[in-house]
Design a protein around this ligand. Structure first.
Ligand code: SF4
Length: 341
């Protein structure tokens, strides 16, 4: 098993209307270059701890607002031969030379934030491109990367009533991955879609993506078989991961880290019991489910009771020693997971 690394880039062209992520616009080129230099220094400090990288994920923010070359060079010798290396892209940044530089730097997977297929909604979000622009950008991405996907948001104010009618548009994109998220209305937007509408749109997306050969492997994630995001799967399966960059979280043994690129990361030590539970709980989010015969410890009585209750309610299905979410269970997953905390 190799090492997993997440790197956060908190810079954006401008702040999208719905976004509560750790990101900010208007940072100078010099400061962005300084940020990358600090990341390179962090990699140097970690030394052999980050040798043998199995997955790397550059997220944000908008990573490519920085010149990534120094960091790509620092990480290249540490990548395992079959490492998965993902970079998040904004459609406005997609250009052939950038894509070539990323590929030559070891990147082999792209996640592009499209968010909506409606021009009015994209405009209200402040994304700065049309659905046609996004499609053209993704077409360019696919010319360089065969492992590429998009993110969509469901429930934004102003979405058309027949939202699902937009989905056939994706047929020609050649998606190997798609993430579909219900809007988390952390910025207090008005007139967001109600829960039933969101659920029916999520179901329509699941159906359409299945028709395109993308299977649901986690509550919000769909992929062509073999193109599941290995980095995120490693996190959901409970593996360790390093987090570098402002506000990036890591999990290393009992340590939970938050990096601020200062002399050292903030750390918290969790109890062995909390660690054990955290590393197993999120398997329930995935298609693999929770296999209670492979917990590496005894099934806590409270977990056994919660699993049995949710099976009875039709929210989980039991297949031998494995518990998985049902369709209905995926809709209320957070409340199910809360039983186990
Ligand atoms: S580009 Fe992404 S990270 Fe930046 S403000 Fe928009 S949604 Fe947030």
């Amino acid at each position: 098993m190799g090492v997993n690394l997440y790197v956060h880039f908190p810079f954006c062209r401008r702040k999208c209307a719905y976004c509560a992520l750790h990101s900010r616009p208007g940072v100078s080129a010099a400061d962005r270059a300084g940020y990358v230099a600090a990341l390179v220094e962090r990699v140097r400090q970690l030394g052999s701890c980050v040798d043998g990288l199995a997955t790397v994920y550059f997220g944000g923010g908008t990573p490519v607002l920085c010149d990534l070359s120094p960091l790509l060079n620092a990480l290249a010798p540490k990548l395992l031969p079959d490492a998965e290396f993902t970079v998040e892209l904004h459609p406005l940044d997609v250009a052939p030379d950038l894509l070539s530089r990323l590929r030559d730097g070891g990147v082999n997977r792209i996640s592009m934030g499209v968010q909506s297929l409606e021009d009015d909604v994209l405009s209200a979000m402040g994304r700065g491109y049309s659905a046609d622009d996004a499609e053209r950008a993704f077409c360019l991405v696919r010319k360089t990367f065969d492992n590429a996907g998009i993110d969509l948001i469901v429930g934004y104010p102003g979405e058309r009533d027949d939202w699902a009618a937009l989905l056939p548009r994706l047929s020609d994109w050649g998606l190997s991955h798609c993430s579909v998220y219900a809007l988390q209305n952390e910025r207090g937007l008005k007139n967001v879609a109600d829960d039933d509408t969101v659920l029916s749109r999520l179901a329509a997306a699941a159906s359409r993506l299945r028709d395109l050969g993308l299977e649901r492997y986690e509550i919000s994630n769909y992929a062509v078989p073999g193109r599941e995001c290995r980095h995120n799967m490693a996190v959901w399966r409970g593996e360790d991961y390093f987090g570098l960059g402002e506000g990036a979280h890591g999990r290393l043994g009992l340590l939970r880290t938050i990096d601020y690129l200062g002399p050292s990361a903030a750390t918290e030590t969790v109890t062995p019991a909390a660690d054990w539970a955290e590393r197993r709980l999120f398997r329930l989010r995935t298609r693999e489910g929770l296999d209670v015969s492979r917990l590496g410890g005894e099934l806590p009585r409270a977990w056994a009771t919660a699993l049995a209750k949710r099976v009875q309610e039709g929210l989980l299905v039991q297949d031998g020693t494995v518990y998985r979410l049902t369709e209905r269970g995926t809709e209320v997953c957070d409340s199910i997971l809360a039983d186990f905390v």
